[in-house]
Design a binder for this molecule. Sequence first.
Ligand code: GRG
Length: 293
Amino acid sequence: MLIQIDWKEYTATINSFLTSLLRTKEQEQDILYEAARYAVLGDGKRIRPLLCVLVANMFSVPLEQSLQPAAAIEFIHCYSLIHDDLPAMDNDDFRRGKPTVHRAFPESIAILAGDYLLTYAFELLSTAPHLTDNVKIQLVKLLAESSGGEGMVGGQVRDMNSTNSLLTLNELQGLHHRKTGKLINAAILFGAILGRVDKGTYQTLDRIGHQLGLIFQIADDIIDVTQSEAKHGKQESSDVANNKVTYVSLLGIQGARDEIRNIQHSIKEDFRTLPCRSDELSSVLDWITSRCL
Ligand code: GRG
């Protein structure tokens, strides 16, 4: 049975914290901060900060300690979306239901707003209240690894190079694990680090985060096709238009859904081995999967 999470309350808390972190007036740099606010304060689902706060909460870490690290992850995510939409990358016009940052502001400001959010994320980690230096260093290291050359940025390069190429399922998984999975995993592991969990629990959460990242991407591929189908009455998606190999192109929609169910089952097995209740995390998993099943 689905446990009821008060999504609105969680999202409202995260949104008002994000708002409080983003400056409004700074004379010459006004436009930079305006662009950053425009990017962050849109209609995001806030899945990454939610995961961080929920996992931390599972290990009795108060919100005052988990919110700032959670915001750092969301800022990295928002910077990646700004840069991903740029003409040099996906050249997208809309994001989160409104014009992309480089359409609403000069392109140079969009690039700099992304840079600002990226650097601000690390400032937030290094100044997070109530955390020891040791915990802060672990968070900084994990976020840098997850979003850098062996993580999101490296995954993005692989993705760009994969246009028009035939990837195997294994190669596709490796690409997406870097591009989107590692940051989602980092959100879960942030909660584990803040909760100072033992090694075995950390490894279990690492496995859960890895698999959740995979589900997230498979779900995104399915939604990409089914939403185009709902909108246009045909299976034409942006991935198809861009000649991209996806889970759907390799497995078919039913195969991709079956894959999600298998991974969901395996994550639930892992939940059982955790030394605490995981109802809320399990609800997030169900919600992510229900979006595409
Ligand atoms: C430009 C360095 C660099 C990296 C870009 C994350 C990323 C890497 C690109 C996004 C492309 C994309 C649409 C990937 C599919 C999965 C994904 C990350 C979707 C967007 O995340 P959500 O659904 O978005 O959490 P919201 O808007 O809800 O925050």
